[in-house]
Design a protein around this ligand. Structure first.
Ligand code: F0G
Length: 436
């Protein structure tokens, strides 16, 4: 039986049904409030009803119990409970979007939205484990090189752990929101006059010589945490593995982690066959794709340039582990141009899902492989969105050029709004509903 709620005007007390299509009182413009429906039980019985819905991931759980990373603790870092630094993180949705599926050219596409982690990217999954480990090893300082997301995540988790953090980012090449996060969370930021690859080289040297704990995805504990993107996704698929899993690729930490997770999932009987990995680079930053095309006979390095700043990386750190991941999963590596990345982002954004540019490479890659006849339209595909739309949102403060309809400047005049509404959809003005 569906409950019909009543909506009441606080000003004139008139009551309406809950299907009223406008949000203020149609009689007097007063504010409306929902009149609570009579609950099925009261007192103790009502508490029991709510308690019966409490699970390990409830509002009452500790971060450790609620985390979508530490849920898989036996396959991540067993026995670390006393030192765990967790927000919590993970528990990201697997979003179905018909519009994006149509865009990519497959009937069954789902988007694992890792941009919905606490600092807005998948990095939190690895960082909770790396910083937990930093605590266990009594690190006095932690450091990373970053294109922006790792640094934001490191800064947040290190601050929560009370460990000082140092980040190296390429000067002028990091999206402002990511830099703002990193600074606000309390990291000491070094703006390196060079590119990400210079930052990576420097931080490796610094950690070796100066004894700072390295928190880049070269750190194996980062990889252990990032494996849970796969475990959680498989769990969401009721342990029926999809045919393909697509992921954007830069420093190759995720590609490595995904391969490791899938192999372990099969080994431990969570799945009975391996999905194939699709690792997608931006065309201007595609050494791994170039090497794949040659059968991985040699390592490539390039001077990276792409609009997708998060994956502007020319000399990926986790190369060997990623090669193993692609081989083990019979995976495919490809490069997609910036135009294809931005077109995929527009489709993801317009579907109300949204992601940062680098993230859209996964969907662009699926679309390209469908066009090449490698992915079949009947295959089940999961594309990972690695970062939130707000991470790298607008080319300018007016909001023009972000991909959706451009904003319109108006004077504070109702007739201007009327003119705009008249041009929306089929061009007819909505009528004010009559009161029932
Ligand atoms: N997507 C986003 C949003 C990223 O921030 C990154 C990497 C990747 C994809 C690529 O993942 O490196 O595991 O292959 N960002 C790093 C950073 C380099 O410093 O934030 P990967």
């Amino acid at each position: 039986m569906s409950v019909v709620l009543t909506v009441q005007c606080a000003k004139c007390s008139r009551e309406f049904g809950d299907r009223l299509a406008i949000a203020v009182c149609p009689e007097c413009n007063g504010a409306l409030a929902v009149v609570p429906a009579s609950p099925p039980a009261r007192g103790q019985a009502l508490k029991q009803l709510f308690d019966s819905r409490v699970t390990a991931h409830s509002l009452r759980a500790t971060a450790y119990e609620a985390s979508g990373v530490w849920r898989f603790r036996e396959l991540v870092l067993p026995g670390a409970e006393a030192d765990v630094v967790s927000f919590p993180e993970g528990n990201t949705p697997l979003v179905a979007s018909d519009a994006v599926a149509r865009y990519a050219g497959v009937a069954a596409l789902r988007l694992k939205h890792e941009g919905l982690n606490p600092t807005g990217s998948f990095k939190d999954r690895g960082m909770t484990v790396a910083i937990t480990q930093a605590r266990r090893v009594k690190a006095t300082a932690v450091a990373c090189a970053s294109t922006g997301n790792t640094s934001a995540s490191l800064a947040a988790y290190a601050s929560r752990a009370g460990i000082p953090s140092l980040v190296l980012v390429p000067h002028g090449k990091v999206a402002p929101g990511k830099l703002a996060q990193t600074i606000a969370y309390g990291a000491r930021v070094l703006l390196v006059r060079g590119d990400f690859d210079d930052c990576m080289r420097l931080v490796r040297e610094a950690s070796a010589k100066l004894g700072v704990y390295l928190a880049n995805s070269l750190n194996p504990f980062r990889i252990e945490g990032q494996k849970t993107i796969i475990f959680e996704m498989l769990q969401q698929c009721a342990w029926n593995a999809p045919d393909w899993i697509a992921v954007p690729a830069g420093n190759l930490g995720n590609t490595s982690a995904f391969g490791k997770a899938l192999v372990e999932a099969r080994e431990f009987g969570l799945i009975d066959r391996l999905p194939r990995l699709i690792s997608v680079q931006a065309a201007g930053a595609a050494p791994f794709a170039a090497a794949f095309d040659e059968g991985f006979v040699r390592r490539h390095r390039v001077k990276a340039e792409t609009i997708a700043s998060a994956i502007r990386i020319g000399d990926p750190a986790s190369w060997d582990r990623a090669v193993a991941a692609i081989r083990e999963t019979d995976g495919v590596v490809l490069a997609v141009g910036d135009d294809a990345i931005l077109a995929a982002k527009r489709s993801i954004d317009a579907a109300g899902v949204g992601c940062e540019p680098a993230s859209a490479a996964s969907v662009a890659g699926v679309r390209e492989l469908v066009a090449r006849g490698i992915v079949d339209s009947s295959h089940r595909v999961v594309a990972v969105l690695t970062g939130h739309l707000l991470k790298d949102p607008m080319p300018q403060e007016t909001g023009r050029g972000v991909g959706g309809p451009d904003p319109i400047d108006i004077s504070p005049d109702l007739s201007e709004i009327e003119r705009v509404i008249g041009s929306l959809g089929d061009g007819t003005l909505p009528t004010v509903p009559t009161v029932s």
